[in-house]
Design a protein around this ligand. Structure first.
Ligand SMILES: [Zn+2]
Length: 157
């Protein structure tokens, strides 16, 4: 498969982000190798100012958040509003993981300029989120309102 046009190899800052995600899940996982657990994936996000925020997933059958979403909220709680790159890493050395569809939609809606580190056959690459969600669903705002990132969901969904 052709890599997306925006893809680029990881630089030192990207690898530091991968390492931050690896470190947080290795420290926090509750599952052994090949076991299911509540915390099996870590994520790290870099803010525009260079700060790194991390999170781990919180599995629950009702729809607990993926690690990426927890890291996004942690960044926001830390005052970071513009985020440049995100990565998720599996526990037990599984390396970078591609974000699920829900995460792609959240990232595209709230951080449309963010880069995502994804695994490929050629090793991990950094890709702009729009290329991970081609022909994406577009929320439409009611007449007279604008659908800005982070605003309430549309009424027609
Ligand atoms: Zn997910």
């Amino acid at each position: 498969m052709q890599p997306p046009r925006s893809s680029r190899p990881l630089d030192a800052e990207d690898w530091a982000l991968v390492e931050a995600a690896r470190a947080v899940i290795d420290a926090a996982t509750d599952a052994g190798p090949e076991e299911d657990g509540v915390h099996t994936v870590g994520a790290a996000v870099r803010a525009e100012d260079g700060r790194i925020f991390v999170g781990v997933n919180l599995y629950h059958f009702t729809g607990g958040p993926c690690a990426e979403l927890v890291a996004l909220a942690t960044a926001r709680a830390g005052g970071a509003r513009t985020l440049t790159t995100i990565v998720a890493v599996g526990n037990h050395g599984r390396g970078p993981l591609a974000p699920c569809g829900r995460d792609r939609q959240v990232l595209a809606d709230y951080h449309p300029g963010i880069r995502v580190i994804v695994p490929t056959e050629a090793g991990p690459l950094s890709v702009l989120i729009p290329e991970l969600l081609p022909l994406a669903y577009q929320r439409s705002a009611p007449p007279g309102e604008t659908a800005a990132p982070g605003e309430a969901p549309s009424r027609d969904a």
